[in-house]
Design a protein around this ligand. Structure first.
Ligand code: ADP
Length: 461
């Protein structure tokens, strides 16, 4: 077996006071932009405030969306940029920024190729809510994408010896004559670091109670799937230098989060994409499980606070490796048959049996006359043992953030570029409209992370 890779952050005494570009945040967007900038000959530095690297990216489970890829063709799936655009646009309530969405849908395939060229192969496919085609790319090990991606990107950071410091929090962007010239950051002491360009890759504010209270007071009592450092620092840093913010009230509540333990664990959409159904506390289906996150969340909320159960069998479990982990941490109930499962979960056994039988018939006929589900119907729920996971909605993703153009340049409130300031990933607002589609956040980090690295290079030339 290959030895487990452990990344060692750079020692703080190695910190210099000048780099070509400072990248704030070590999630998918930060790591990708640093690698891209380095490969173009720049000397980047990555600053991460937490002692854990990888941000919310490490928690991503389902995969990375892209259309017109070789991987899709290998699976005999013919897709188009236009379909990817249209389905994302409809899923986002037609509120997505068209300029960003166009760039995004047309650069996913390149991003998948770029990853493959770097030994990061996403050659299996699944589907997420709101999409009509299998375009969610994931590793063929079927492992959750986030941990895999961050580990593989860190291997490249390590190979290139890109300095990456942890436990260093950027708390100010420095401007001179309307241009970014560096940052102030707090490590064991306050330091100034200079650079002609800065990339904000600081993620969202799903764990930022103050911003949530300001923009979505109604959500402050919900749990969150986010890591504790997702506090929207980048949004505040950018606003302090005049950046425009967009869609700040658009916060995604994820429908399927196990939260009966002190932690909130997101149960990835691939579980439904591979065939699981949702039932209410009577053991009955109540929604098209693969409708958009917004609609599925609403349907669960309408149940009146009980949450719901994901129901699946062994064949579905084998298609989603993350379920091993969910089981390992005690989130999964199991039963040798549906009756035993119903007893363990306090669901009505007759109802559950009848629900699953009806669903299996719908799968075989490829027609769900009850809720019009049309995807994630490749397999029935029939191979024991059977499993149930209790879920309820939790704060998951912040669609709003700083305004950028498709070159990842941050815009001010007059829609002019703030010279030297770039942003990529969840810190950015606008791409997802009022609802992010599963698989689009990882795609956003790699597509716009690469773009930020390239545009910084162009800016510095
Ligand atoms: P994305 O998916 O957009 O890459 P992530 O949430 O994966 O976003 O990563 C963002 C990272 O940025 C997190 O690891 C977070 O701790 C880090 N971060 C946030 N604010 C700061 C800050 N002020 N200074 C340094 N790092 C920060």
């Amino acid at each position: 077996m290959a030895e487990k890779f452990i990344f060692t952050p750079t020692k703080i005494d190695q910190l210099k006071d000048n780099y070509d570009v400072i990248i704030i945040g070590s999630g998918g967007a930060g790591l990708t932009s640093a690698i891209q900038a380095y490969e173009l000959g720049l000397s980047p530095v990555i600053l991460e405030k937490m002692d854990k690297l990888g941000g919310n990216t490490t928690r991503a489970s389902s995969g990375m969306n892209a259309a017109e890829t070789f991987v899709q063709l290998n699976h005999k799936i013919v897709d188009s940029f236009q379909d990817f655009y249209d389905e994302t646009f409809v899923g986002g309530g037609k509120q997505n920024n068209p300029e960003l969405l166009k760039f995004f849908t047309e650069h996913g395939a390149l991003a998948i190729d770029w990853l493959a060229q770097h030994g990061i192969e996403l050659d299996d496919l699944t589907i997420t809510g709101g999409m009509k085609t299998m375009r969610t790319h994931r590793p063929s090990s079927l492992a959750p994408i986030g941990g895999y991606l961050v580990t593989e990107l860190l291997k490249l950071v390590d190979k290139y010896q890109i300095p990456l410091f942890d436990n260093i929090k950027v708390d100010q962007l420095l401007m001179k004559d309307d241009q970014i010239v560096g940052v102030k950051a707090l490590a064991n002491q306050e330091v100034e670091i200079h650079a002609k360009a800065v990339v904000l890759a600081t993620g969202g504010f799903g764990a930022g109670k103050d911003l949530l209270a300001k923009y979505r007071k109604d959500l402050t009592s919900l749990k969150t799937t986010n890591q504790p450092g997702a506090t929207g620092d980048g949004i505040k840093l950018a606003q302090n230098v005049g950046a425009k913010l967009v869609d700040m009230d658009q916060v995604q509540v994820h429908p399927t989060v196990q939260q009966d333990t002190p932690h909130a664990f997101l149960i990835g959409e691939a579980v439904r994409g591979e065939g699981a159904i949702l039932v209410n506390n009577q053991g009955q289906r109540f929604v098209n499980e693969l409708d958009t996150r917004k609609n599925v969340t609403q349907a669960i909320d309408d149940l009146g606070g009980t949450g719901a159960y994901l129901i699946l069998d062994t064949s579905i479990r084998q298609r989603v490796k993350a379920i091993e982990f969910y089981d390992h941490v005690g989130l999964v109930e199991s039963g040798k048959d549906l009756t035993e499962l119903a007893e363990k979960t306090n669901l009505n056994p007759e109802n559950l049996q009848a629900t699953v039988e009806k669903w299996n018939k719908a799968v075989e006929a490829n027609k769900d006359s009850e809720f019009n589900r049309s995807t994630g119907m490749e397999r029935t729920i029939s191979q024991g043992p059977f499993f149930a996971i209790h879920i309820a909605p939790a704060v998951h993703y912040t669609m709003g953030g700083v305004a950028i153009n498709h070159n990842t340049q941050v815009l001010n409130t007059d829609n002019h570029v703030i010279k030297g300031l770039f942003a990529a990933g969840e810190v950015v607002g606008g791409l997802h409209g009022n609802n992010r589609i599963g698989g689009n956040s990882i795609a956003e980090t790699v597509i716009f992370g690469r773009q930020a690295g390239q545009q910084v290079f162009k800016y510095l030339k």
